[in-house]
Structure formats: C-alpha cells, structure tokens
Design a protein around this ligand. Structure first.
Ligand code: SAM
Length: 328
C-alpha cells in the first residue's frame, strides 16, 4: 500500500466531487458517491449537463483505477467521505475510524484462524468502510452482506465495494426488519446507539423495552443473533455502558441464554470527545451444540493506538488469550 497512491486517488475523487457539488447543487457527500460511481462505470450520468459531462470525461482520462490496490481505494474513499461528513450535521453520519476497523480485522483473523470460506454481514454498514477493511484482511473466499437505512451512505458503500472489487450484497432497509437471507458465519457492526423509534417493529424482539422506546443497539444485537449460524461469531462496537444501563438486566439474561461472551475490549479514550460516548468492542459466540464458553472472557482497556509499545504488549496478551481459549 502506497500513501502516494492514496493521496493521488483522493485528489481525483475530491476534484470530481467538488465539480459535481457546484454544478448539481448537491451536498459534497452525495457528490463523492456520484464521483465514485462515475469512476467505476467510466462515464458521467446521462442526465448531467453537457458542460459537466465534458469536464468529467476529461477528468476520467487522468485516472486508471486498475492501478490501485483495494486498500488504497478504501483509504482514498475514506478521506473523501470524512471530508464530506465534517460539514454534515446528521449524527448518524459516522464512519468507523480506520485504526478501529484494522484492529477488528486482526480480531476477525483470530476468531477464524483457518482458511475456510466465510459469509459476513454488517447490518449497519454505513459507507462499508469497516466491512471492506475487514474483508481486505481476510485472505480467503469471502461473501458479504451489508445493510443500512441511509440512502447516501448506501450509495457510497456500493461504489466503494465496486471500486475495490469486493463482493457485497446490499440491502437498503431498516435492519431491524426481517431479511431474506441464510444465516452467516460472522456478524460485525459499529452499532447505532440510542432509541429505536418504531415500537411496532420492536414488538418482535425479546429485548424490546418493557415501557417506552427500545434501545436500537440492544435490538441490533438480537437481530445479529437471529442471522448468524449456531457457533458463529458476532463483533460489535457498543457503548461502554452497555451492561450498566436501565435495560441491561434484560440484555444480560438474554445473552446468557443465547451466547457466550468472548470478550469486551474498551477502545482508547482519545477516540471520543466525552467519556460518556466511549465505546468498546464486544465479541460474542452464538451458542451451538459443540460450543463452550471460554475459560475466562477477554477483558482489556486498549491503549492509544499511536502508542506502538503498549499496543504490541496488548496484542501479545490477546494472542496468548486466543491460544489458550480459542486455539486454531
Ligand atoms: N461501520 C460504518 C462505516 O464504516 O461507515 C459506520 C456505521 S455508523 C456508526 C451506524 C450506522 O447505522 C449508520 O450508517 C446509520 O445509518 C445506520 N443505522 C441506524 N439505524 C439503522 C436501522 N434501523 N437500520 C439500518 N441502519 C441503521
């Protein structure tokens, strides 16, 4: 992976998006999705003005996507998306940070140490940054599914996957509604946190609130368990307070019945503006006939990812934990 290539491709996307943004009166983020789609299909959209078509055709002559590796494409895309999200006010427009996505890729490799083909599903895939970062680290056949309710993010995710040549089947829907899908080996997701407004849909879930709105992050965990195979794994980014909220005893009882808690790793505080917004990586295994709970759960507070010394140390401890509790 070459940083120079990441920057070069980012600049191409940024220039195309800026041109589209001004001429089409779109938001920068929507324009990034269009620029990526145009780059993939190598032609401007039919309904664009002649002037814009000409500008984009000229710009297309300056780029050859074949030259770039998957990770260079993912990182260039991520830079453009981050620029677009800076100005956006919507709270849900949050991309999973690169270093966290890479770390989750490492954990995924430890959870699935063999080379068998895997089916993955991210039910809150957003831009597919997390999903494709993990896919790119798995050196084997991978089939993925992604779902998100946000239209712009879905467009970005689709173009992102196409450009990286990653096979992902997308569902643009509320992920707390049913899916027509076979259970997968692995569910991974950076979960939306907060209340789920649709009380009628929530009724289908064991983890619905006894009173008022349910927590969407609780319902997503249950939904994940509905779509993973017995013995399959789930990895979620969740709030640190997951097991300390007013509805957590319900969650505890439910998880004890359905899953083994493999671990909970608290992300570095430096990622979050306020302590109350801190998050952790929760790892679960869905119970199956052949599964056993690990002797001890993997619990740790992660150091700053920039502190290479401390990171190497914690990775050593995590590796040891896996050797003892989940040998390959
Ligand atoms: N991992 C993503 C990425 O790398 O871009 C970011 C995920 S973001 C933290 C959470 C996502 O949940 C947002 O993209 C939001 O649109 C989505 N979301 C929130 N409620 C949803 C629902 N009911 N169904 C589907 N997606 C939902």
């Amino acid at each position: 992976m070459q940083q120079k290539n990441v920057e070069e491709l980012y600049e191409w996307i940024d220039e195309a998006a800026t041109t589209i943004e001004y001429q089409e009166n779109a938001t920068y983020l929507e324009a990034v999705a269009d620029a990526m789609d145009i780059l993939f299909h190598r032609t401007p959209f039919e309904d664009m003005s002649d002037l814009l078509k000409q500008q984009l055709e000229k710009h297309l002559k300056e780029v050859s996507i074949e030259k770039y590796e998957k990770e260079e494409i993912r990182k260039a895309t991520q830079l453009a998306i981050l620029k677009g999200m800076k100005g956006a006010t919507q709270q849900q427009h949050l991309i999973t940070p690169d270093s966290v996505a890479m770390f989750m890729g490492y954990l995924t490799q430890r959870l699935f140490p063999g080379n068998e083909a895997l089916a993955l599903f991210d039910p809150a895939c957003g831009t597919a940054n997390l999903l494709t970062a993990v896919m790119n680290q798995l050196d084997r056949e991978v089939k993925s599914y992604g779902s998100d309710v946000d239209e712009t993010l879905m467009k970005l995710a689709l173009a992102n996957a196409n450009l990286q040549k990653n096979e992902i089947e997308f569902f643009h829907q509320d992920s707390l509604r049913p899916f027509l899908m076979e259970p997968v080996d692995f569910i991974l997701s950076d979960l939306p946190v907060g209340y789920y407004p649709d009380d009628i849909q929530a009724e289908r879930f064991t983890l619905k609130a006894e009173e008022g709105h349910s927590y969407s992050h609780h319902l997503f965990i249950e939904q994940g368990l509905n779509y993973v195979k017995d013995g399959g794994f789930l990895m979620f980014i969740v709030p640190n307070f997951l097991f300390e909220s007013d509805q957590s005893s319900q969650l505890n009882t439910y998880l004890r019945e359905k899953a083994h808690i493999f671990g909970m790793l608290q992300l570095p505080e430096s990622f979050f503006k306020e302590e109350k917004h801190g998050k952790s990586i929760l790892i679960l295994q869905k119970k199956g006939k052949q599964t056993n709970a690990p002797k001890e759960a993997l619990l740790a507070k992660l150091p700053s990812f920039k502190n290479h010394h401390a990171m190497a140390d914690i990775i050593g401890q995590i590796d040891q934990w896996f050797t003892k509790n989940h040998p390959s």
